[in-house]
Design a binder for this molecule. Structure first.
Ligand code: URA
Length: 433
């Protein structure tokens, strides 16, 4: 078999078989197929697509390119959740403790943020002392002992994805449904949980800009999960505006804690409860209505909050920073951004707000940039809220005053005020199972 033949076959619209896809993925991972051929291959896939079989085989080849975590020594149905990424998306910090406090083990591997999207690992690292680099042994023993662990990637999971994703990033081939689905699902399947809930975001702050595309991606990923013998459900949720009021690492931890204290913004609470309900459902805890009651009670009775504190302590963090979030890193500079005219908040472009937050220091433009854990944006108003001229719309947080003007110029293009009342958009846009 030759890489060139496979590139030509895909270029001409042919269907690759399982062996051919495995040959390509293995060859590229081992360095036997060079970047220039892999780039041409990715572009051929980008233009001609892959069907469901090819996507399954691609996922399978990527999944078997490295280690796989074996969680079978942990009793119970282990459940995982994955979000396709967004702005202000701190749901993992809310739902992992909810689900674990209901007796369902959560062994979660999360990533760091890049560009306008945040990452759970960066958020957790804003908790003083919190360790996100658990070894596979510690990861498993923590889940066994307290039912929850959240870590950065442990072990050499799906190395093919790491290499291919980096190449896609610089060859304009990220936005292809099969490539995205195989990338996400190879990592999820390698991390060993029995059941998976996917949160596929759609809107201005998401990869999938339309509900139709989000549904297609969700269908593909659910089919891959099912094909691998895992109970898999996907929710399509809105990312046309940021989720919750806070964007930025410590600010988001604080808001997640608010939800677990029975407070916090309604949108974050609604999406978190829906995701937690579905995680409990795929873990076999009962029907949807019962699972929702369990999730709500875990908040009301503070069992989820206690579980978060237990996890923080176990991973070396200071649980007092959860008990009292004023102990989290706080920015030296805060600037209020005010409305120029009265009306109703019409649009809050999620991607642009993510970029403004990144400029303040909360995110990375390049993967080696250092994060300011205290930086970010606190939204005082959200879409459809009434605002008077001169009222504060957002508070900018940063440790570097020089960053404020750059963030403000992005904010100006991200938020618009209309003189007419604005309808609130639904948050949960669909479910694929
Ligand atoms: N997230 C991933 O892990 N992979 C993709 O291809 C896109 C988003």
């Amino acid at each position: 078999m030759f890489a060139l033949d496979l590139i030509i076959k895909k270029r001409d619209g042919g269907k690759l078989n399982r062996e051919e896809i495995k040959y390509f993925v293995d060859g590229y991972t081992k360095g036997e197929i060079p970047d220039y051929q892999a780039s041409a291959f990715l572009m051929a896939v980008f233009f001609n697509g892959m069907d469901t079989d090819e996507t399954l085989w691609l996922t399978e080849a990527m999944l078997h390119s490295g280690d796989m975590i074996d969680l079978s020594c942990i009793p119970g149905i282990k459940v995982d959740k994955h979000s396709t990424g967004g702005v202000g998306d701190k749901t993992t910090l809310v739902i992992a403790p909810i689900v674990a406090s209901c007796g369902v083990p959560v062994a979660k591997m999360s990533g760091r943020g890049l560009g306008h999207t945040g990452g759970t690992i960066d958020k957790l690292e804003s908790i003083p002392g919190f360790r996100t680099g658990l070894s596979p042994e510690e990861f498993i023993s923590n889940v066994k002992d307290i039912g929850i662990a959240v870590t950065g990637q442990t072990g050499n999971l799906a190395p093919a994805d790491k290499k291919l994703y980096a190449l896609r990033d610089v060859t304009g081939t990220v936005e292809n449904l099969s490539l995205i689905a195989a990338s996400i699902m190879s990592k999820k399947l390698a991390s060993g949980s029995d059941a998976i809930v996917l949160d596929v975001k759609t809107g201005s702050g998401a990869f999938m800009k339309t509900v139709e595309k989000a549904e297609k991606l969700a269908r593909l990923m659910v089919d891959i999960g099912r094909g691998a013998g895992k109970r898999t459900v996907a929710l399509i949720t809105d990312m046309d505006r940021p989720l919750g009021n806070n964007i930025g690492n410590a600010l988001e931890v604080s808001e997640a804690v608010d939800i677990l204290n029975g407070k916090g913004p309604d949108d974050l609470r609604e999406v978190s409860i829906e995701l937690a309900t579905n995680m409990l459902f795929v873990a076999g805890k009962g029907d949807n209505e019962f699972c929702r009651t369990l999730a709500v009670e875990a908040i009301e009775k503070r069992t989820a909050l206690n579980k978060l504190m237990e996890m923080v302590e176990r991973q070396g963090g200071d649980p007092k920073a959860i008990e009292n979030t004023s102990r989290l890193p706080s920015a030296q500079f805060k600037a209020e951004w005010r409305a120029e005219k009265s009306g109703y908040i019409e649009k809050m472009h999620a991607e642009k707000l993510g970029i403004a937050s990144m400029i303040l220091g909360a995110g990375r433009k390049d993967k080696d940039d250092v994060i300011d854990p205290s930086a970010g944006i606190e939204l005082v108003k959200k879409p459809s809220d009434k605002v008077e001229a001169g009222e504060t719309i957002a508070i900018l947080h940063t440790s570097d005053e020089n960053r404020i003007s750059g963030a403000v110029s992005v904010l100006k293009t991200a938020i618009s005020v209309s003189s007419n009342p604005v309808q609130r958009q639904p948050l949960i846009l669909g479910k694929v199972q």
